[in-house]
Design a protein around this ligand. Sequence first.
Ligand SMILES: Nc1ncnc2c1ncn2[C@@H]1O[C@H](COP(=O)(O)OP(=O)(O)OP(=O)(O)O)[C@@H](O)[C@H]1O
Length: 416
Amino acid sequence: MSESSDAITGASILLDEVTKQYPGQVKPAVGGLTLEIPAGSIVMLVGPSGCGKTTTLKMINRLIEPTGGKIVINGEDVTKMDGDTLRRRIGYVIQAGGLFPHMTVAANIAIVPKMLGWKKDKIAARIDELLELVSLDPAIYRDRYPKELSGGQQQRVGVARALAADPPVLLMDEPFGAVDPITRQRLQDELLNIQSEVQKTIVMVTHDFDEAVKLGDWIAVFNEGAQLVQYDSPERVLANPANEFVENFIGSGAGLKQLTLTRVNEVALMDAITALPGELASDVLSRLQGEGASYAVVLDQRRRPIRRLTRRQLSRLQVVDDTIDESMPSVSDQSTLNDALDTMLVSSSETAVVTGRRDVFRGLINVQTIMEAISQANAAAADGSEAPVGLNSGAIPALAVEHAVAAEPQSTEEPR
Ligand SMILES: Nc1ncnc2c1ncn2[C@@H]1O[C@H](COP(=O)(O)OP(=O)(O)OP(=O)(O)O)[C@@H](O)[C@H]1O
């Protein structure tokens, strides 16, 4: 991306007493909702089926027109703005990516830049940059059709397409609902990695409370009619649920869910002895013995881990080869400790290999570290930082919506 990695490019969003009354319905689907969404944050909308999450989300880009109230983006009232113009500033991601089946991956991503009249070579460069960003090798995937991709890959392309023209806001409606749990975990980790790079304002609807805890800076828990029951940090929603409704929604195992609050990159990792294909096994073995380590991590040329070799395995080898062990327990540094623990349990291994951006090796994590983190998790709930404003009626008291320091947002438009 062209922005520096820590610049917030997202825009603040304010829903100001927003209402949606569908024709023929007795009660409004969303009634007088006020919600402050800080620039550069991820806000998760959760609640039971039919409570108005999707309606709330789609009112932000006016795919659904509010029947009352105002929507303010970066200080600008966009309620009366032309809907198409508005949607050029807002990326939109839906379940299964919503890709056009008869267009290649590249053509799908290029839709918005083309509409904006970008030059061919700029579009081509952007496609490759975005595919790299979502961890798809451009040389392999740019000319494929959606049906030649897995569900997770389609979803990644959907995210790439939504980011194509660098919109300050990304709306995501159950984006990972259609993929298996492992792919879902990877896509969540990737989204966090991408977000640490792009710092957009992301509003996401999910059915999955664990997903909300994992991804959200803030969680909005709704009841019917988009009644906001609690709007706070994941730590505080877990530690102090506002009432029984939220408690029930969190479900059992709130203690273990604390593990979802801590990411692998927040705990100390252990160093490991690494080896490269082509090295003499005896050299690696003597390094292991010198450090008292039980195995070495073999890295490929791009420093991505491909397998682990124990002392015994090394003693039987002449030269380290480049065999890839698909079953090696490996987690991204954006994974939660919960995911890391899962990975270890599934592989019956007390340690897992940790990778960072572009899957580069970062170190090792072990069960001990995770156990220690559980005992520390509650401390975070005591953090006194203020939650954004969220309520259901009346004017907002002294709103201090931060205005993003973002450059003038470029246009984008999502196909609908
Ligand atoms: N086009 C429509 N016309 C009339 N009623 C609608 C329309 N769309 C949604 N509703 C109603 O508005 C309420 C909120 O729907 P919405 O889709 O926003 O809920 P949701 O929380 O996203 O639900 P889910 O989690 O099941 O997707 C529901 O009662 C729904 O039946």
